[in-house]
Design a protein around this ligand. Structure first.
Ligand SMILES: Nc1ncnc2c1ncn2[C@@H]1O[C@H](COP(=O)(O)OP(=O)(O)O)[C@@H](O)[C@H]1O
Ligand SMILES: CC(=O)N[C@@H](CCC(=O)OP(=O)(O)O)C(=O)O
Length: 265
C-alpha cells in the first residue's frame, strides 16, 4: 500500500494541489494520505493576530495556536482535501489522531523549551492499526491531519512527516508499505539553490556527511530522520520527490526524486 505525505508548500498552491490530488486519486490499491499545512496555519494565524513562533524549526503551540491549527488542519485543509478527492471518485475519510483513537500521544515534556501542546507519539505500537485496516478494507482512503490526542480530551499538534512515518511503520506488519514524501522540490538537493541538483540515492552513511556539510538542513533533517526510522521498522521503501512526480512512483520508472535506503546498494 501507499502512504503519501503532502507538504505545506503544495497545499498552499491550489493548482499544484489539484494536480497532485488527481494523481493521488488515480493510484491503485489501498492508500492513505497525510497532509501538513504549517505554512497556511502561519498565514491565517497572522490574519488573526497570532504570531507564529518556532524554536529550531519546531512550532511552539500555545493554547491559541492549538485552536488555530485545529481549525486550519482538521477543518479547512482536511475537509477541502476530502471534498476534492470525493469529486475525483476517491472515497476519502478525514481523520485526526483522535478519530478512532488512531494516534494517541503525550504532550511533550518541558525541558529547556516549552513547546506547548505538541504531541509526541510513543511508537508505532500505540497506533490503532486495526481501525485503519478496517477502513482500508472497506475501500476507504484515510486522509490524516497532523493532530494527535492525549486521551484526556486535548488535541496535540504533531509534525506531519512524523505522523506519516509512524503510520507507515504501524501498517508495515499488515501491508507492504511504500512511504512517499511529496513536497515542492524535486527531491533532496545537493545545492538548495539548484532545483535540478537532485541526489538520487541517500543511505545512512551519506546522510551523516550531507548533514555535517550543511547540505541537508532545516525541515529536511526531520524528514530524513523520519524516513530512516520507517525503514528501520519494516517499511519497504521510502521516496522523497516533488508532488508532480507521484505517478512515476507507482511504476518506479522514470522517478526523478530521491530514494532512501539504510545501506548502500
Ligand atoms: N538539501 C535539501 N534539499 C531540499 N530541501 C532542503 C534541503 N535542505 C533543506 N531543505 C529545506 O527543507 C524543506 C522541506 O522541509 P519541510 O518544509 O518540512 O517540508 P514539507 O513542505 O514537506 O513540510 C525545503 O522546502 C527546503 O527549504
Ligand atoms: C508540532 C509541529 O511541528 N506541527 C506542524 C504540523 C504541520 C506540518 O507538519 O506541516 P508541513 O508538513 O506543511 O510542514 C506545524 O504546526 O507546523
Amino acid at each position: 500500500m501507499y502512504i503519501i505525505k503532502i507538504g505545506g508548500n503544495v497545499l498552499d498552491d491550489p493548482e499544484r494541489l489539484q494536480r497532485f490530488l488527481i494523481d493521488f486519486a488515480a493510484l491503485l490499491g489501498p492508500k492513505l494520505l497525510v497532509h501538513g499545512g504549517g505554512k497556511i496555519a502561519s498565514t491565517i494565524g497572522l490574519q488573526l493576530g497570532i504570531e507564529p513562533a518556532y524554536v529550531e524549526g519546531r512550532r511552539l503551540t500555545d493554547a491559541e495556536t492549538l485552536k488555530l491549527v485545529t481549525m486550519v488542519y482538521a477543518g479547512l485543509i482536511n475537509k477541502n482535501v476530502v471534498a476534492q478527492l470525493q469529486a475525483l471518485g476517491c472515497n476519502a475519510i478525514g481523520m485526526t489522531g483522535a478519530d478512532a483513537n488512531a494516534i494517541p500521544a503525550t504532550k511533550r515534556p518541558v525541558k529547556t523549551v516549552d513547546y506547548g501542546f505538541a504531541g509526541d507519539i510513543a511508537g508505532p505500537e500505540t497506533v490503532n492499526a486495526n481501525a485503519l485496516e478496517a477502513l482500508l478494507q472497506a475501500g476507504l482512503t484515510p486522509v490524516f491531519a497532523p493532530l494527535t490526542h492525549d486521551g484526556q480530551g486535548s488535541l496535540l499538534n504533531t509534525n506531519a512527516d512524523t505522523i506519516a512515518s509512524v503510520l507507515a511503520t504501524a501498517l508495515a506488519p499488515h501491508y507492504e508499505v511504500k512511504l512517499v514524501y511529496c513536497f515542492e522540490k524535486k527531491g533532496v538537493l545537493a545545492d538548495a539553490e539548484d532545483d535540478d541538483a537532485v541526489i538520487s540515492h541517500i543511505d545512512q552513511h551519506r546522510y551523516s556527511s550531507l548533514k555535517a556539510e550543511g547540505v541537508v538542513k532545516d525541515g529536511m533533517i526531520p524528514k530524513l530522520d523520519n524516513a530512516f526510522a520507517a525503514l528501520q521498522h519494516g517499511v519497504s521503501a521510502v521516496l522523497i520527490g516533488e508532488a508532480e512526480a507521484l505517478p512515476s512512483l507507482a511504476t518506479a520508472q522514470g522517478f526523478s526524486g530521491t530514494t532512501i535506503t539504510l545501506k548502500h546498494g
